[in-house]
Design a protein around this ligand. Sequence first.
Ligand SMILES: Nc1ncnc2c1ncn2[C@@H]1O[C@H](COP(=O)(O)OP(=O)(O)O)[C@@H](O)[C@H]1O
Ligand SMILES: [Mg+2]
Length: 248
Amino acid sequence: MDIELKDLEVEVDDKKILNGLNLKIKKGEIHAIMGPNGVGKSTLSRVIMGYPDYKVINGDILVSSKSILEMPINKRSNLGIFLVYQNPISIDGITERELIKASLDSKNDEKKTLYEFVLDLEHNADTLEIDKKMLHRSFNIGASGGEKKKNEILWALMLKPKFLILDELDSGLDVDSLKVVSETIEEYLKENKDVSVLIITHYTRILDYLKPDFVHVLKDGKIVKDGDFSLAKLIEKNGYNQSFDIKG
Ligand SMILES: Nc1ncnc2c1ncn2[C@@H]1O[C@H](COP(=O)(O)OP(=O)(O)O)[C@@H](O)[C@H]1O
Ligand SMILES: [Mg+2]
């Protein structure tokens, strides 16, 4: 999916968080946005997804050159945008299986039989090393941080997103789980060459697995530096403040 963020200005709670952010992501590209805590990375992910608390006061978000600003969250989701949250939500009273089935049904793509759906779900759960009992429990209730992230990835993969946003995927995941999850995502990307990814992170750990084509640094509400994987490595070595002084 082609996505373009154009001169984006975003306010949350009457506070300007993004201020003239520009970013172009083409089909099949992996981009990483890096920046220290509180700089507005999660804000960026939520505004792309369409959360109403995040007010776009200027600029535009384009998918295949068409503005999606007027689209509510569910329409953006139907377009193929999927956000894996930094802190996944829990929902009491609906099981993971029911939740994923309902969200697939509301997309009304090619309809699978219930049997095909269950096979696919269980296959993906196996790949992600998710205990199948989980699928029949209330979504994310009582799950550990790492299990929650895996459940979100399972949901994402079942919906076959065209643009996947991963907000601090590695938070809560231990080293082994991060490896399993990253490899599963890599496999999905290999099979679906048009899918674009935005990795939001303040650590470089995840980037060792899902190698970004482009790395951007967010500061003062905008992208202040662009580079490739070596920029992430530079930040790892020198920290954000030092790296900014090195002009690219
Ligand atoms: N829902 C919200 N209500 C009020 N302030 C928010 C909300 N979401 C984010 N903010 C504020 O926006 C700023 C950026 O937060 P965030 O996007 O979460 O940063 P990051 O993900 O880079 O750590 C912070 O000052 C935070 O307090
Ligand atoms: Mg965040």
